[in-house]
Design a protein around this ligand. Structure first.
Ligand SMILES: [Zn+2]
Length: 308
């Protein structure tokens, strides 16, 4: 079996004409875990520890929605002991994963329905093939589950079980680290919960509608413009959100670093608000998942006028 895997890896390398020294399972003896994008990479590294070799499909600084996979990445997914992804974020990854060697984190938690306006915006998305279109429409839930640390804690526990099954010799290590990671996330959840209890406003206006789970968990109300940051919002949706933001006395429109702030700025100027960066953690932050969520908490407390 190891010989077959090594041969397949060698062939794949030869086929790509790549001279890169890719570390394979045969060389390190560690299972290869492929994470689709940052929060899943962070989680896989926490749970995998030194027992697993974790790589990520979405490079730092790249917006993961609509990621396209190269031949090498597809091969990495085929050869991986486990691919950790969330169905509905990246159609190319959804297509490439194998049922037996993949873990869809969305299956571990209770999901929320996608925003009501999603379909309307999908149809306005220019340059999208009908095939991709069908893929997007396929998912009826909001896939941004990692922005609720309590849900991510549940994912950590399930991921520990999946890694333990994939590498039984190190099962206890995966379970122990999963429990530790879940405890860290539960602590973070409590910090957010306490920090967002007493706020002047509970309305979260965002350009990219990524914070549904955060809003759900901490009893905030997300008013987002679009689920996919690459989509152009319709003027009708923009004016609808502007009207709502005005009536609720919103002081801040949230934007994010990987997406053009144009839409948020237009909206903010219409309602006399300012903009602030709230990180949806779709790409690696300067710190890690936990420190970036603490930064998000501070940003929210300032913008919403919370006292804690
Ligand atoms: Zn997103």
């Amino acid at each position: 079996m190891a010989g077959t895997a090594a041969l397949a890896a060698a062939l794949a390398t030869a086929a790509c004409g790549s001279g890169s020294a890719q570390t394979t399972a045969a060389e390190t003896g560690k299972p290869e875990v492929v994470a689709a994008f940052y929060p899943l990479q962070w989680l896989s590294e926490q749970v995998g520890g030194s027992d697993a070799n974790v790589t990520v499909l979405t490079a730092p600084g790249v917006e993961p929605h609509d990621l396209e996979l190269g031949i090498k990445q597809v091969t990495d997914i085929k050869n991986a002991a486990l691919t950790v992804y969330i169905k509905g974020i990246q159609p190319a990854v959804d297509d490439a994963v194998e049922p037996d060697t993949s873990f869809d984190a969305a299956t571990a938690v209770t999901t929320l329905p996608a925003g009501e306006d999603e379909h309307e915006h999908e149809h306005e998305h220019e340059g999208e093939s009908e095939e991709e279109h069908a893929e997007h429409a396929d998912v009826s839930y909001d896939p941004h589950i990692w922005l609720d640390p309590s849900r991510l804690a549940t994912v950590a526990t399930k991921l520990g079980e999946r890694m333990a099954a994939a590498d039984p010799a190190h099962a206890q290590g995966y379970r122990d680290r999963a429990a530790k990671t879940a405890a860290t996330l539960t602590g973070l959840d409590q910090e957010l919960s306490q920090g967002l209890t007493t706020c002047r406003s509970k309305t979260l206006v965002t350009a990219h509608e990524a914070f549904g789970y955060l809003a759900d968990r901490y009893k905030l109300k997300q008013v987002g413009i679009t689920l996919d940051p690459e989509m152009e919002p319709s003027p009708a949706r923009l004016s609808e959100v502007a009207k709502l933001a005005k009536s609720e006395g919103v002081t801040t429109v949230f934007t994010e670093s990987l997406v053009s702030p144009k839409v948020a700025e237009v909206l903010a100027s219409q309602v006399g608000a300012k903009t602030a960066v709230l990180d949806p953690l779709e790409s690696k932050p300067s710190g890690d998942y936990v420190s970036a969520m603490r930064d998000n908490l501070k940003t929210l407390q300032t913008a919403l006028g919370c006292t804690a």
